[in-house]
Design a protein. Structure first.
Length: 700
């Protein structure tokens, strides 16, 4: 895998530089300037992690920034342009982001994990600073002066104290081809000198999206294109036994495509394609069901025995012995769908032995590899082109639909578009895994936590490092491959939503048992000063000590993800007769280091909280083995406008610090904050998400 990535990136770089026209090009590598330390956590040497990008100042003065990252609504098309414009001293509107095109951009593993701002952002800044110095050198030669006597703004270099002597970047780059490889970190601006970083800037793609000009994979229409419909089984993991396509003769112009387990039809009209597919009778061999949405939790506990100790300190028996209050509980969280409004789509065509694809994918280079492997093609014969995504949340990390579309296109010899239905989306989604968390916690007479035992089944350990001071603790992770009956995978802050729900709910359980207010209990046990400051900012913004209205409750939750600390306080109203929860207000305080674009950070926080309300209160997959009972939004409710509360976002001021993740952190605290607020409102402690009216009434 390492050598494949290295060969791929070297090929990309050579091709790009060879095809370069005039201008100034800066080639740079994350590993070379030590911005990629987190990528080496598994022991892989940093120098082999060849995450590159290119920055080019063209002869017309515009700036092209090439990155393998993609834009799916998280706003990096703006924030990355913002940092480039800052260091290069150009207008942000002169920066063009070229993203995720496998023939134009350098290799990138994928857009996930809130990694873009943390790792791509500082390197882009460094490259822009290097390009600025190259251009200042050219200007110094032009004027016959030392470059310390020059200044630059909006892409214009001028002589200090003599503004009549000026020259544009466009003039400096004409007729030149300069390539620089960035191997050391140049001096970057300090926060006091920022002109763009830290300023709220509206998304550069906003107008295109609201006017319909933005192109998504389903918007690509090719000459002679046919629409594919795949005949699917009712049970995930089924194998094809027999196909009866005798009724296809009723549909003129339809072509049957068969290969291994794939059965599909194509037609120029998508509706005809669907009707024809429905006429085909396929006999499937289905795997046996092992669990449903109610029995899955016990099944996981009974099935998984192996575990790994993630964190351990002190003695659990001693901690239990010295605890005056000791509480145990088990928390459950069901499967969650990504439920992006755009389903998986791929549009592709073959030209000779080369395939070009527009795909809704978070990993263009991963998609290229998957298609090349499935069709036994060289990598350079697969071109994945830049396209917007209509939401991903981790669900578009894999690209099954691209492999299917390319396979069908190769077999039928025509351009193909494949759009998954909502039913297919639910069947083949890589769900956030169902999970069990078993917790025990104890405190002494002074409200100091003395013991913490945290066993996690299937949710992983992301974000579970304790920021509370607990002398006796153990965190274990239980997992096993093949335990799930359908696909599972990353889901916006993978696993952290579940573990934060369990931890912060149980912190409240222990606090109430000790007779201490949840806010005071947390402040009394926190050892992380940054988290204390984040919680205090949330409390002050919320007005935590104000008197509550009847039926209303407040809930606190703390968490950490992608380098960002989160403190959230939620207010809800609970109808004790119906058990219905109405979120009223949520305040989210974050220490995310440098906030590059406050406008974008607020949008990401609001989006994460809105999505989080869905997993906390409504979203649940119903199934029996590999058979999906949930096939559309009529049985899978996401957050509606009427259920969206007032949301306030505040950030710790750290503009001189490194930027941390912003796309995922806010979502992790929503479940626990709402669960704790529900308990505060009506006394119902619900140990399973979603926190439905039925579960609230049962708890009451």
């Amino acid at each position: 895998m390492k050598s494949a990535i290295k060969n791929e990136t070297a090929y990309s770089r050579r091709r790009f530089i060879k095809n370069l026209g005039g201008g100034v090009l800066v080639v740079f590598c994350l590993g070379e300037i030590s911005f990629s330390s987190l990528f080496a956590q598994d022991g892989q040497p940093i120098e082999e992690l060849d995450f590159n990008a290119y920055l080019r100042v063209k002869e017309d003065g515009r700036v092209d920034c090439f990155t393998g990252k993609i834009e799916m609504g998280q706003g990096i098309i703006t924030s990355l342009a913002q940092v480039v414009a800052e260091e290069l001293e150009v207008s942000i509107y002169d920066v063009d982001m070229i993203m995720g095109d496998t023939e134009l951009c350098p290799y990138d593993a994928g857009t996930w994990g809130s990694l873009t701002t943390r790792f791509t952002d500082p390197v882009l800044r460094a490259a822009a600073a290097e390009a600025r110095e190259v251009l200042l050198d050219l200007a110094a030669d032009h004027f016959g002066l030392n470059k310390t006597s020059l200044q630059v703004a909006e892409g214009i270099v001028s002589v200090k104290n003599d503004s009549s002597k000026r020259i544009a970047y466009a003039e400096l780059t004409k007729g030149k081809k300069i390539v620089r490889s960035l191997t050391k970190k140049p001096e970057l601006k300090k926060a006091k000198d920022f002109k763009l970083i830290g300023k709220p800037i509206r998304s550069l793609d906003a107008e295109a999206k609201v006017t319909g000009k933005a192109k998504y994979s389903a918007d690509i229409i090719l000459p002679g294109m046919v629409h594919a419909t795949i005949v699917r089984p009712e049970v995930f993991g089924s194998r094809k036994v027999k196909v009866d396509a005798s009724k296809l003769s009723d549909f003129a112009g339809v072509e049957l495509i068969e290969r291994e387990n794939l059965v599909a039809v194509v037609h120029a009209d998508p509706e005809v394609s669907k009707r024809a597919a429905n006429s085909i009778q396929v006999t499937w061999e289905a795997p046996k069901a092992k669990a449903n949405q109610e029995t899955i939790f016990q099944y996981l506990e009974d099935t998984i025995q192996d575990n790994k100790v993630f964190e351990k300190e002190g003695s659990l028996p001693l901690g239990k012995e010295v605890s005056m209050i000791y509480k145990e509980a088990t928390y459950h969280d069901g499967y969650k769908a990504h439920a992006s409004i755009e389903t998986h789509v791929a549009t592709c065509y073959f030209e000779g032995d080369k395939v070009t694809i527009w795909a809704s994918t978070q990993s263009p280079f991963g998609t290229r590899s998957s298609v090349a492997k499935a069709l036994e093609m060289p990598l350079e014969k697969v071109h994945v082109k830049q396209i917007f995504l209509g939401g991903g949340f981790g669900g578009k990390s894999n690209s099954q639909q691209s492999v299917e579309a390319a396979t069908i296109a190769k077999l039928c010899g025509k351009p193909v578009q494949l759009v998954w239905s909502r039913k297919e989306e639910f069947m083949y989604d890589n769900f956030r895994t169902a999970a069990v968390v078993k917790v025990a916690g104890g405190t002494d007479n002074n409200g100091k936590l003395k013991v913490w035992d945290f066993d996690i089944y299937c949710a992983g350990t992301r974000g579970t490092e304790l920021f509370y001071a607990i002398p006796n603790k153990r965190i274990r992770s239980f997992n096993q491959s093949g335990v799930h009956q359908f696909g599972t995978g990353a889901w916006r802050a993978p696993g952290n939503n579940t573990t934060t729900f369990a931890r912060e709910s149980h912190i409240d359980v222990v606090a109430h048992a000790a007779g201490i207010k949840p806010l005071d209990f947390r402040l009394n046990n926190l050892e992380n000063k940054e988290m204390i400051a984040t919680l205090q900012l949330a409390s002050q913004t919320f007005g935590y000590d104000r008197e509550k209205k009847p039926g209303h409750g407040y809930g606190i939750a703390l968490g950490q993800d992608a380098g960002t600390l989160v403190a959230m306080i939620a207010e809800v109203f609970v109808d004790k007769v119906t058990g219905v929860v109405q979120p009223i207000r949520i305040v989210c305080s974050q220490d995310m280091g440098q906030v590059v674009n406050p406008h974008g950070a607020i949008l990401q926080t609001e989006g994460g909280i809105t999505m989080g309300i869905g997993y906390a209160l409504y979203e649940e997959i119903e199934f029996n083995g590999g058979e999906m009972k949930t096939t559309n939004f009529n049985r899978y409710e996401i957050t509606r406008f009427s259920k969206t509360p007032k949301i306030e976002c505040v950030f710790i001021d750290k503009m001189d610090a490194k930027a941390q993740g912003g796309g995922e952190p806010a979502i992790i605290c929503v479940g626990a904050a709402i669960a704790n607020a529900v308990f505060d409102a009506c006394g119902a402690r619900v140990y399973r998400m979603p926190i439905t009216p039925e579960r609230i009434l049962a708890a009451l």
